[in-house]
Design a protein around this ligand. Sequence first.
Ligand SMILES: [Zn+2]
Length: 261
Amino acid sequence: MKAELAVIGGTGLHEMISEGESWDSNTSYGKPSSIITLGKIGGKNVAFLSRHGKSHTIPPHKVPYIANMLALSQIGVRKVLATTAVGSLRADYKPGDVVFFDQFVNMTSGRVDTFFDGPEVRHQEMAEPYCSGMRNVLIREAKALDMRYHETGTVVVINGPRFSTRAESRFYAHQGFDTISMTPYPEITLAREKGMCYAGIGLVTDYDVGMEGDTNVKPVTFAEVQKIFGKNVEVVKKLINAAVPKILERPLQCSCTASSE
Ligand SMILES: [Zn+2]
């Protein structure tokens, strides 16, 4: 099994590729979240991994991020497209919008977040964590699909599985962070340690709790959130189907590889 690109599906996106070869890997860090399936998008081999397991049984703080990234690197993956559900920390990032992350802030704890635990010592550069080349393709394709999207966004990553208090949520919003999630870290840093390009797609499901009372924010019901999310997942699948062939057709213009050496 070989694939240059992998899609990591978060909540709602765990059935992107159904047919094709599958691999029940076991790495030196243990088993990945799910069997890795191989399918075709635009005639290209694409690996697919469900972050929370095929039946969505692995909570965010228990995802075996390091086994996932090692398994993907073992089948030759050099590019990762990862989706994740996010809460919004600002009025203009609305439920139903898609965000192409350019920065993260890590507020998680206790997660295994490096391949360089000694004796080899390495300090990975992380100033620009997300691949600008992949992001540019996603922006072009999102525009062509007439999606509501944000070209950049900072995601603050909390440990979970609990949500934030109102005070925590307001604190994050006041820091200028745009969205909040439980899974983008340490997936991204592990990918970068393996020299991979990584793009993160955030699907805004709702406003975070600290946004309640903001006069620009209309309250949304759980039923509305579910409806928005279901529609959003379909749009993101279309986006991935359109973007993957473009990402793979020629070398990306980015600085990810240079900064990982
Ligand atoms: Zn890159």
